[in-house]
Design a protein around this ligand. Structure first.
Ligand code: PPS
Length: 569
């Protein structure tokens, strides 16, 4: 197994001439605008990274993969690669139709010959692939709340790869890597899969792993989609480039992988192995909790710490890549060097900084010692994450009509503007409906669109270091959750439930709407004839009955201070 076959791997692209002709024909086909995740999947389908897949999975392959980790013909494949679409689009398509797959600018990347169309049972998929139908798992949440309800399957004809404008020189297709390895005479190559910045311990462990396997090293970070909340790939790549200089020259290469991870733990590890085999690698480092999704809704880990290693080992021969055990490296103060944790004698002083502690130090602008990380890496991370009191954030009020959201939001805005430092924008329910959502009504679908628009604007404000204050009713838990995710990618999200009771809101009836709703003159009125799902664990809950507005706004300010979001100027 250690002698890889570095001959070219089959791609799904046609020749440039045929692509030109097919593109013209595809112009009149039904066309699907790919989601960011589907673009990642399509790129790896087309360039052979997902070989032997020839397209998005058909129903038989999908069922086999979900239940047995195998396609209908028995081939090992752990992750469903499916084209999820909307009901509306699926309604236009029958098996036998060719469809054009477009990127987000409308460029046609591929043609798919649809052979299958089905409505998946997403709970079965979640249980089978991720081991739990639990929305705390980011991909299970994506499956239920982002992915379309219908799947289309069928082979893909590649016309052109998606365009990347960032780090072009660091992106390699499987065949580009294979040919580079051939040229350099690299025969044994260890892959290091990562979605995090690398610090000294990683550099030590990857270097050792390669040395022990007498192999070259490929740092192969994922830059497609990773776990929500991860450090963005632009920052990470600058960090990787800095670390690359620390390896002996000509032993190590850095290449970026445009994979959309699924955080599927053991199954994901096997999938990563297959992808690495396709890229011409012979070994892969698999560590504790590989591709772990974090805690489930009970507060426990989804997978055991060594489950990924066990599943990988079991299927190693079929994967075609040898697993290299991830040695936990720790810093021994007396000897001022990193050593494997399991080789250290009792009594030695071992230093370590956990991921949580590192994030705290970055957040609070505290020292990060040189034994822990490289100064260039720390500099990049600090640039990316200034102390919390300088970062953008969103305060998201939710509650019934007339609960006092807007009034508290206004008071909060003024207090924050008085403090100065960051620009503040108020996205009040009524104001948004006037300027952004004029055409929308109050059906569930329209309310969701409205809230997602607010979430999008707030996420942009947060990303750019401002403060967004939102004050819609936002009656649905799942929608509030997806807004939280959008925003937490860039900064803090503070959900404030204005918990004034329905009786009190109706008693006040400031706009006379409750009376009209009771008389049936306004339909789908929240609390009367439409649901309001009470937030279970908001950052703050305030009840305005018997409390003045100033005090309520003050409670929010204290919460912001406690979270480190406002502090001494
Ligand atoms: S939602 O559910 O979040 O999209 O609603 P939102 O954009 O905040 O709009 C709520 C305001 O619209 C008025 N209004 C209604 N509210 C609830 N249900 C129905 N059917 C309805 N029709 C009109 C109402 O004035 C809400 O304002 P607030 O400030 O919440 O009182």
């Amino acid at each position: 197994m250690t002698q890889p076959n570095l001959s070219p791997i089959p791609e799904l692209y046609v020749s440039p001439d045929s692509a030109q002709k097919l593109k013209l024909a595809a112009g009149s086909m039904p066309s699907w605008d790919l989601t960011p995740r589907q673009i990642c999947d399509l790129e790896l389908l087309m360039n052979g990274g997902f070989s032997p897949l020839k397209g998005f999975m058909n129903e038989a392959d999908y069922n086999g993969v979900v239940s047995e980790m195998r396609m209908a013909d028995g081939t090992l494949w752990p992750m469903p690669i499916t084209l999820d679409v909307s009901e509306g689009f699926a309604g236009e398509i029958e098996p036998g139709t060719d469809i054009a797959l477009r990127d987000q600018e409308g460029v046609i990347l591929a043609i798919m010959s649809v052979t299958d169309k089905w409505v998946p049972n997403k709970s079965v998929e979640a249980e089978g692939v991720f081991g739990a139908d639990d929305l705390a798992h980011p991909t299970v949440n994506y499956l239920h709340n982002t992915a379309g309800p219908v799947y289309l399957g069928g082979p893909v004809t590649g016309l052109q790869p998606p365009t990347h404008y960032d780090f072009r020189g660091r992106r390699d297709t499987p065949n580009e890597l294979r040919s580079m390895f051939r040229k350099l005479g690299w025969r044994k190559i260890v892959a290091f899969q990562t979605r995090n910045p690398l610090h000294r311990a990683h550099q030590e462990l990857t270097f050792r792993a390669a040395r022990e396997a007498q192999a070259n090293l490929l740092i192969h970070p994922v830059v497609g989609m990773t776990k929500p909340g991860d450090v963005d790939h632009f920052t990470r790549v600058r960090c990787y480039e800095a670390v690359l200089d620390k390896y002996p020259q000509a032993t190590t290469h850095l290449s970026l992988l445009n994979l959309a991870m699924r955080m599927g733990g053991p199954r994901e590890a096997v999938w990563h192995g297959i992808i690495r085999r396709n890229h011409g690698l012979t070994h892969m480092i698999v560590g504790r909790d590989h591709a772990g999704p974090g805690k489930n809704s009970q507060g426990n880990d989804f997978y055991g710490p060594y489950e990924a290693q066990e599943l990988f080992r079991k299927h190693q021969d079929e994967i075609g890549v040898e697993m290299v055990d991830f040695k936990q490296m720790v810093y021994v103060q007396e000897r001022a060097q990193y050593e494997p944790a399991d080789e250290i004698e009792e009594g030695a002083t071992v230093l370590n900084i956990s991921g949580t502690e590192l994030r705290r130090r970055l957040r609070e602008g505290l020292e990060i010692p040189e034994w822990f990380s490289f100064p260039e890496v720390v500099r990049e991370l600090r640039r990316n994450a200034p102390p919390r009191a300088q970062q953008g954030f969103t305060v998201f009020f939710t509650g019934l009509s007339g609960s006092g959201k807007s009034t508290i939001a206004n008071a909060l805005m003024v207090k924050l503007m008085e403090m100065g430092g960051r620009p503040v924008t108020l996205l009040d329910g009524d104001v948004v409906r006037k300027h952004l959502s004029q055409e929308l009504g109050f059906s569930k679908e329209h309310r969701d669109i409205n809230i997602k628009r607010i979430g999008y604007v707030a996420s942009e404000i947060t990303k750019n270091g401002g403060i967004a204050i939102c004050a819609p009713i936002a009656p649905y838990t799942a929608t509030r959750r997806s807004v939280r995710e959008m925003i937490e990618a860039f900064g803090a999200f503070i959900e404030v439930h204005v918990a004034t009771s329905l009786e009190e809101c109706e008693r006040r009836d400031r706009k006379g709407l409750y009376k009209m709703a009771r008389e049936g003159k306004i339909k789908e009125f929240t609390g009367i004839s439409d649901p309001y799902e009470t937030p279970e664990s908001p950052e703050l809950r305030v009840d305005t009955a018997g409390v003045d507005v100033d005090y309520a706004a003050q409670q929010v300010l204290l919460k912001l201070e406690q979270m480190g979001l406002i502090g001494p100027g």
